[in-house]
Design a binder for this molecule. Structure first.
Ligand SMILES: [Zn+2]
Length: 346
């Protein structure tokens, strides 16, 4: 719901792309063109340098890594033997195309058929294993000796950059506890494996948003916006049903409707306790605003009220739950006052 950026992690994950994924694709395609008799690993060890020869020592190191009983070098040999040159080049262009689309902010991408070996390469090796693998980061660039990188640092970078401790997807759960920190693939890695390492496809979220039944799992609904596109919470109506004491989310935008569906947000905003929390928070903000008005003998404008909630009230915005729903409650101050007089009991 909050608009976020991920620039610091983007630079780091671009290193991974430029120094590992791209050279690996080049090596694979180069190897296939030569129709060599030796294995890929042997070729990397002994072969002639291709364009990015400096990545050879890295790929040579990777060739012996193993996860789920699969050796990296053997997986690459299988990828090379099972695919024609045409197919390999086609996979590479899908990789480039999908990453370019995400980088330019388009999440409405056609799902392509991608072999299980490529899925294994991107999801199991790159994302699950290499993301947290210190030695690999150092081989990617010596600078990672000093400033190492892993999932924990990914979260720290993101939180610092956005000054956020709340889940940007839902604005319900806090991610202060490290155990409630998930790295969520907006377009799921099981269906879009080539996007598994793109910073604009990775959103640090709360546990509920990442996992079924509350969250998205590997669901995809299109057309859609992501929190890297816009502050979706500003485009929503959080209507208070004072009889049922529940918040009803709605939107006229089909992209946002799909976002609500993906994260099951209508149902997650509907419990009474969510309504009560928003009401209590709105009431305490009202008290503060009222004090400001009385002390200064002024009447605050709508804009000043919203600024107070989002900026001066920064102590809680993006740090405590449901700020965007509270802000909506004040979106028409006059309306809020009459609502308050009628329904909030002292
Ligand atoms: Zn969440």
């Amino acid at each position: 719901m909050w608009k976020v950026t991920n620039e610091v992690n983007k630079v780091i994950l671009d290193d991974f792309r430029n120094k590992l994924i791209e050279p690996l694709f080049e090596e694979i395609i180069y190897y296939k063109r030569q129709s060599l008799n030796i294995s890929f690993c042997e070729n990397i060890k002994n072969g002639i340098d291709v364009k990015r020869g400096s990545s050879r020592s890295l790929i040579n190191y990777l060739n012996k890594r193993k996860t789920k009983k699969v050796t990296f070098g053997n997986l690459i040999d299988k990828i090379i033997s099972d695919n024609s040159l045409n197919e390999l080049e086609n996979y590479y262009s899908i990789f480039v195309f999908q990453n370019n689309e995400i980088n330019s902010g388009n999440y409405n991408i056609k799902e392509e058929v991608i072999s299980k070996e490529f899925k294994f390469l991107f999801a199991d090796f790159f994302y699950e294993m290499f993301f947290d693998y210190k030695k690999i980061w150092i081989l990617i660039d010596k600078k990672y000796e000093k400033s190492s990188f892993d999932r924990n640092i990914f979260h720290i970078n993101f939180k610092r950059e956005n000054n956020i401790e709340i889940c940007p997807y839902c604005d319900i759960d806090s991610t202060i506890s490290v155990f409630n920190n998930e790295v969520e693939h907006f377009l799921p890695k099981s269906r879009f494996p080539f996007l598994a390492m793109n910073a604009y496809n990775l959103i640090p979220s709360c546990h509920a948003c990442n996992k079924k039944p509350d969250g998205k799992g590997s669901d995809v609904y299109m057309p859609i916006y992501s929190p890297y596109n816009m502050q979706i919470g500003d485009k929503l109506k959080f209507e208070n049903d004072i009889v049922k004491r529940k918040i009803e989310l709605s939107t006229d935008d089909s992209f946002i409707e799909n976002y609500l569906k993906l994260l099951n947000l209508k149902s997650r905003y509907s419990p009474r306790r969510v309504y009560d929390y928003v009401e209590a928070k709105a009431e305490s903000i009202y008290e503060t605003l009222n004090d400001i008005e009385q002390m200064g003998k002024v009447s605050l404008t709508q804009k000043q009220i919203e600024n107070y909630i989002l900026e001066k009230g920064i102590k809680f915005a993006k740090k405590e739950p449901l700020t965007l729903a509270v802000k909506y409650a004040f979106s028409e101050y006059e309306l809020y006052l009459s609502y308050r007089d009628k329904h909030i009991v002292d």
